[in-house]
Design a protein around this ligand. Sequence first.
Ligand code: ADP
Length: 183
Amino acid sequence: MTRLIFLGPPGAGKGTQAQTLADDLNIPHISTGDILRQALKEQTPLGVKAQSYMDRGELVPDQLVQDMVEERLQQSDTNSGWILDGFPRTVKQAVFLDELLQKLNQDGGKVVNLDVPDEIVVGRLLGRGRKDDTEEVIRRRLEVYRSETAPLIDYYRDRQQLLMINGNQSLEEVTTVLKQAIA
Ligand code: ADP
């Protein structure tokens, strides 16, 4: 049973690694960014509410994302495990997740932190060309990461759930190290 949370700055390669591992382990890859982008594309009520935050590089309000994750983790495909990518992103979300998992009788699992230096991350994001990847929005997303999300590294280290992975190497190398770390 594998339950993993992926942490790391935008552009760290979380999405790619999470998808590779999820395919390999045959468990769902749950990316809150992907779910929100899909909602935005379909202009669902959730998508409409999230749009202005995402366009500015701000976090979508905790409650919206928490409801989304609560619903997703109750679907039956999560019985065999899951990989969460992009959630939690704030300490409040992490506390919420601890409580949700307790309610669902699941343990907290391991937390993978993909460590990549800032200057590398900016270059990668500018090369990606997503709609919310303009330089100004990228800068804001990194600020938000530092103030809101980076504190989760200590949060999970204190709970002895943290695995540190050097994300500043080739995709294949990261995958190899990651598989060894969670084995
Ligand atoms: P990245 O690939 O840059 O790490 P994501 O695809 O995970 O970004 O998320 C894109 C955007 O979706 C974020 O900038 C944010 O606005 C919103 N978002 C995703 N997950 C969360 C979350 N857990 N809490 C709040 N906002 C979120």
